[in-house]
Design a protein around this ligand. Sequence first.
Ligand code: CMP
Length: 140
Amino acid sequence: MAVERTLSIIKPDATRRNLTGAVNAKLEEAGLRIVAQKRLRLTQEQAEAFYAVHKERPFYSDLCDFMTSGPVVVQVLEGEGAVARNREVMGATNPAEAAEGTIRKSFAESIEANSVHGSDSAENAANEIAFFFSGCEIVG
Ligand code: CMP
């Protein structure tokens, strides 16, 4: 399998509970390398743009409010099949359905406050990485 990159976001529910290190440990244990990382507070405009694909969904407005409610940590993860590997270690969107040992099973509070985001395809990963990082900020 090819070495890929994917975008990860540690969400406000996790930064509020000081879980950045605990999430990173699970990512690294899963064989993913954090090749870029920064902590920031999303503006409403940034959150709306980032989640634009969900614009028509009933949860869109609440999701954008939640994502701007506190700091996030945006990351680029690198590894063999990183997109799928990250989604595996994140677990299902709804923590009630997430497998044992996954980040969301271990830490998520709800389907909205679900601790992490991860790109769902290689194509979206490229777009999402470019949304937050310039090439020189990613050090493989
Ligand atoms: P994420 O991977 O960041 O992508 C979209 C987010 O919408 C998702 O994780 C959830 O946090 C959030 N969300 C809130 N409500 C729902 C819902 N009913 N179904 C799917 N996603 C939801």
